[in-house]
Design a protein around this ligand. Structure first.
Ligand SMILES: NC(=O)C1=CN([C@@H]2O[C@H](COP(=O)(O)OP(=O)(O)OC[C@H]3O[C@@H](n4cnc5c(N)ncnc54)[C@H](O)[C@@H]3O)[C@@H](O)[C@H]2O)C=CC1
Ligand SMILES: O=C(O)C1=N[C@H](C(=O)O)C[C@H](O)C1
Length: 251
């Protein structure tokens, strides 16, 4: 039977691509398409198996909590997830109306970005210095990108596990040029007309450098990952909160 998929944020840049991708998937059936001002309680387990949520960081947590209360599984692509927000989702899932309810959140659904993030974690213990540069379209509302935050945290975790200390940096005056420091990793955000979604991770040692770069030129690059996540939740077995498409890729 086809998986019934509802889309929240359906009029947005990502949401409208998701609507098309679901319509084009033979094993899925588009259920409801909702956007700002629409009533999320119209989404119920009788009309929807999985909801895909791509809205804005300021509303996504409340949407996800409302959808959990409706008893449906949710795939989330919206950014802005802090540890505190994730904890609220986990707590809500523990009291969810349906048994084994699932929420999946991915900072990035493009395979190039997921692999870049993974390779960065592998490389991190071997380099003295690491910095992240993310480059996006100028209509993006959040900076740095959710992906860059996730990459920086992954690098920091890998450095800690390897026993590495702080990176070398003699900067004494900084008017903001050194970027935002996330878990000890400097992250720089570029906004430029013509770009879509891009990330570079720079690693340095004395006399050598490694650059890992992922480029998403078109939003269709995110759709195979979104459909994969929908299929994984529809199949079940991922109850509670799962974060990151790498969890579904056997990396
Ligand atoms: N995880 C991933 O692979 C990707 C994540 N993103 C993230 O997805 C989010 C959306 O990005 P875009 O589609 O470019 O933004 P957008 O601004 O084009 O779309 C957002 C949509 O959400 C709607 N919306 C706002 N408040 C709402 C509410 N309370 N309920 C329902 N809908 C509401 C807006 O009306 C709009 O249609 C951003 O956080 C972005 O960073 C974007 C691309 C890929
Ligand atoms: O807003 C975007 O466009 C994107 N947002 C996500 C992020 O912030 O990481 C994913 C991708 O970079 C595109």
């Amino acid at each position: 039977m086809a998986v019934k998929v509802s889309v929240v944020g359906a009029k947005g840049r990502m949401g409208s691509h998701v609507v098309e991708a679901v319509q084009g998937a033979q094993d899925m059936q588009l259920a409801l398409t909702l956007d700002a001002g629409d009533d999320l309680t119209t989404i119920t387990p009788s009309n929807t198996d999985v909801v895909v949520e791509f809205t804005v960081p300021s509303v996504s947590l409340n949407n996800v909590l409302a959808l959990i209360a409706q008893g449906v599984d949710v795939v989330v692509g919206t950014t802005g997830w802090t540890a505190d927000k994730l904890a609220q989702v986990t707590a809500a899932l523990e009291n969810a109306p349906r048994e084994n309810q699932q929420v999946f959140i991915a900072p990035n659904f493009a395979i190039s970005a997921v692999l870049a993030d993974h390779f960065a974690k592998v490389a991190a213990p071997y380099f003295e210095s690491a910095e992240v540069i993310e480059l996006h379209h100028p209509t993006k509302v959040d900076a740095p990108s959710g992906t860059a935050i996730h990459t920086a945290q992954g690098i920091a975790d890998a450095r800690r596990a390897a026993g590495l200390g702080a990176m070398p940096d003699a900067t004494e005056t900084d008017g903001g040029s050194r970027g935002q420091v996330i878990d000890g990793v400097h992250v720089h955000a570029i906004r430029l007309r013509g770009l879509n979604a891009h990330e570079e991770v720079l690693f340095g040692n004395a006399g050598e450098q490694l650059t890992i770069r992922a480029d998403s030129f078109d939003r269709i690059s995110f759709m195979p990952g979104v459909l994969l996540a929908v299929r994984k939740l529809a199949a079940g077995g991922h109850s509670g909160l799962t974060v990151g498409l790498d969890k579904f890729l056997d990396l």
